[in-house]
Ligand binder design. Structure first.
Ligand SMILES: [Zn+2]
Length: 132
């Protein structure tokens, strides 16, 4: 169960490419925001998280199988990650941010990925319109 956690993972790069191709400006790993979202735009109030299916326990996903070894170590660790994720999204919500979680397994198909992102920015723009 050794998995290297790194920035600039393949799923992240796929998401960045898709967001950039739609002309959206963003910053990476924004430390000033809850959970340091992988991509965010503070002025436009949106944040995107790219989550690894295993690390973030993607429900019903074949990549988030329950760890079979070292369960006493992994299960609390994964549960803490889930709680933290939940908390971070709630905090962003409190600050009127639109947030999107893109799962690693959703980045394989670039057409579907783009669809997800387009739909998300549709809602971001609607929120902007109602706000001002
Ligand atoms: Zn998944």
């Amino acid at each position: 169960m050794s998995r290297i956690r790194s920035k600039d993972t393949k799923p992240e790069l796929a998401v960045r490419r898709a967001v950039a191709s739609l002309g959206h400006k963003y910053r990476l790993h924004v430390k000033g925001l809850p959970g340091a979202p992988d991509m965010a735009n503070k002025r436009q109030k949106w944040a995107i998280f790219v989550h690894g299916c295993f690390w973030h326990s993607h429900k019903g996903c074949k990549f988030s199988s329950n760890p079979k070894s070292n369960r006493l170590y992994w299960i609390p660790k994964l549960e803490r990650t889930q709680l933290r994720d939940h908390d971070n999204r709630r905090k962003l919500d409190d600050e009127d941010f639109s947030t999107l979680v893109i799962w690693e397994c959703e980045t394989a198909d670039s057409t579907k990925l783009k669809r997800l992102i387009v739909d998300f920015f549709d809602t971001v723009q609607k929120v902007e319109k109602t706000r001002f």
